[in-house]
Write a protein that binds this ligand. Structure first.
Ligand SMILES: Nc1ncnc2c1ncn2[C@@H]1O[C@H](COP(=O)(O)OP(=O)(O)O)[C@@H](O)[C@H]1O
Ligand SMILES: [Mg+2]
Length: 443
């Protein structure tokens, strides 16, 4: 082979090894090219492994000339213990020097196995990957008792180095893939953890909210309890004044008492429905949120003489989102307004809740005219445990939790600002944006 053609081939092999993205294919190509340029009969790679403290070696790749038998399936060349048979070769290769031999000069023990493969002359060059002895690349001549020239050895050593380089970069790639996989897994674990935390947060907040729930029930029950007690009293009065009590009277008493009791138990069912949180998105229409709010707070707001006005711009389309959780959030913001009204002496008390679908977001505005929030505490509002109420019994979702639910669980945004009229602060406005999926209902 011409020298420049020879060098060109070597160059191609080196380039392939450098840029490969399929290592075993490139190694097979390399072995065949080396075979072609050196004119040997077999080119192969053995890889070491350690078992019970002994270094074994196994054939992993092989190229053979046309008529030469392949040895890749030869079981004797798998997990071969060097030291038992090829002590000399083992010593040389493990010391990072090559091993060359004319087979007929070997002692019998070593010779037999190699003669079975028809080898006349052999050259083995060690491969070190990441400074560890990986194995070796070997060349068999099955026809001539070839003496390997220094040029041969230099070129083959260079190729062995290039193969080692390709193996090293493959190892890096695999480590990187593993690292990435681990990273991805880690991210998944962390995301799940934080999702679990959000769910937990909501569950926990349920307990905090029990107080609020009870207070709402108390408001709701005030009237039916009143009616019940009037009914019972009139009955007792009749009895005490020795008036005759007919079975009709008893029937009427039972009827009106049952009416109130049914209403009371209905209240609990309604409340329970809206307090149910499954942390799952569901399909709903905006008016369902409004119905929920009215069901839960009307009685209470009536008792405080606070007017609640709910508006929505889209009654027909369905959206996919966290309905009950949103109701809870709005409810707790209404409770904040209620507290501000109670604290300050405001005459016309009004809360407005506005629901709007804007692009892929549900925009919720809760506005009150309860006097706004002091500038001094504006930047503490979302801190955990922050409150200006000394009677704060922790019965509601505070702004810290609301922010966490909106921004972490629902991936939305919440802001609070004061609203002014003629430059005077007169109230608070909370704005919430949460992503939703909107389903159009054709008219
Ligand atoms: N609508 C509002 N009007 C006036 N002040 C408010 C309003 N909402 C919240 N605040 C102020 O923000 C503080 C924090 O609210 P929050 O986190 O809900 O805790 P809590 O209601 O338990 O005090 C309240 O103590 C109150 O001073
Ligand atoms: Mg509050």
């Amino acid at each position: 082979m011409q020298k420049d053609e020879f060098l060109k081939k070597i160059f191609t092999i080196l380039k392939e090894l450098l840029i490969t993205d399929n290592l075993s294919k490139t190694i097979n190509f390399t072995l065949s090219e080396i075979g072609a340029i050196t004119g040997v009969d077999r080119v192969y790679i053995f890889e070491n492994s350690i078992k019970n403290g002994e270094i074994l070696t196994s054939q992993k790749y092989e190229w053979t000339k046309n008529h030469i038998t392949a040895e890749i399936d030869n079981q004797e060349l798998q997990n071969l213990n060097y030291k038992n048979i090829f002590q000399d070769m083992y010593d040389k290769l493990s010391n990072n020097s090559y091993y060359e031999v004319i087979i007929k000069n070997l002692a019998k023990k070593e010779r037999i196995m190699l003669e079975e493969q028809n080898i006349k002359s052999m050259l083995e060059i060690p491969i070190f990957v990441d400074r560890r002895w990986f194995g070796f690349i070997g060349f068999d001549d099955c026809v001539n008792e070839r003496i390997w020239s220094n040029d041969d050895k230099a070129i083959l050593s260079t190729l062995a180095l290039a193969i080692a380089g390709a193996m090293e970069s493959e190892k890096r790639k695999q480590e990187l893939v593993k690292l990435n996989l681990n990273l991805e897994k880690q991210i998944q674990i962390e995301t799940k953890k934080s999702r679990d935390k959000d769910i937990l947060l909501f569950q926990q907040s349920k307990y905090t909210q029990m107080g609020e729930l009870l207070s709402m029930i108390a408001h709701e029950w005030r009237q039916p309890l009143n009616i019940l007690s009037i009914v019972m009293q009139s009955f007792t009065l009749k009895y005490q004044s020795n008036e005759k009590i007919s079975s009709k009277d008893v029937g009427e008493l039972e009827k009106s008492a049952m009416q109130q009791i049914n209403f009371m138990s209905q209240t609990i069912d309604n409340f329970r429905n809206f307090f149910k949180s499954n942390n799952k998105k569901e399909y709903f229409k905006l008016p369902e949120i409004i119905i929920g709010l009215h069901t839960l707070v009307d009685a209470q707001l009536n008792n405080f003489k606070i007017k609640l006005q709910c508006i929505c711009n889209n009654k027909d389309n369905r959206v996919l989102g966290y309905k009950n959780e949103l109701i809870q959030v709005i409810l707790n913001l209404i409770v904040n307004s209620r507290d501000a009204f109670v604290e300050r002496n405001i005459k016309q008390k009004e809360i407005v809740v506005k629901l709007e679908i804007e692009d892929k977001y549900l925009k919720i505005v809760i506005r009150d005219n309860a006097g706004g929030i002091d500038k001094k505490i504006q930047d503490k509002l979302f801190n955990p445990y922050f409150s200006t109420k000394d009677t704060n019994q922790g019965t509601s979702l505070d702004l810290y939790m609301i922010k966490s639910i909106i921004e972490n669980s629902m991936k939305g945004k919440i802001t609070i600002k004061n609203i002014t009229k003629n430059r005077e602060i007169y109230g608070t406005q909370v704005e919430i944006y949460v992503p939703i999926v909107e389903i159009y209902v054709p008219i």
